[in-house]
Design a protein around this ligand. Sequence first.
Ligand code: SF4
Ligand code: SF4
Length: 153
Amino acid sequence: MSAPHSPFTQYLADILTGSKSLVVGLWITLKRLFTRIVTVQYPRQKLTMTPEFRGHIEAIRFDDTKTHHCVACGLCARICPSHVIKVQGEKTKASSLKRGNQYFIDFSKCSLCGLCVDYCPEQTLKFSNEYELVFYSRWDTVIDIMGRLKENR
Ligand code: SF4
Ligand code: SF4
């Protein structure tokens, strides 16, 4: 059986243990100061979405026309398994083709399947990077695709 520690020895041992834990704690803090920060301070900081991310669909703005290429053929609306696309267009004087001027989707029913994007003959649809959609009512989930294109000029 070992002899009991004197109060002074115990005191020294406590100081050593406390100092060691202080040094270890400071070391961990120091290391964290120089490692890459992975936490995003949302909403002040935003994440960059990966190319695979699927937000709601949106119209692509092309450099040649500075707007979309939708000809209101309606193929996307017909192929959509959720029947959430409403598209309308009108003929212009410059072309025999129609030009899409209204395009709405009900995002609450969209399954993000991508059929509309894949089958659009004008390749004028893509998935957006939008991840901050907030809806306050059932009716807010209807997204005005042409309106958003104009807003994001
Ligand atoms: S992604 Fe699929 S469900 Fe959504 S609008 Fe396009 S076709 Fe319809
Ligand atoms: S988005 Fe494409 S598939 Fe849909 S109506 Fe316009 S041109 Fe046709």
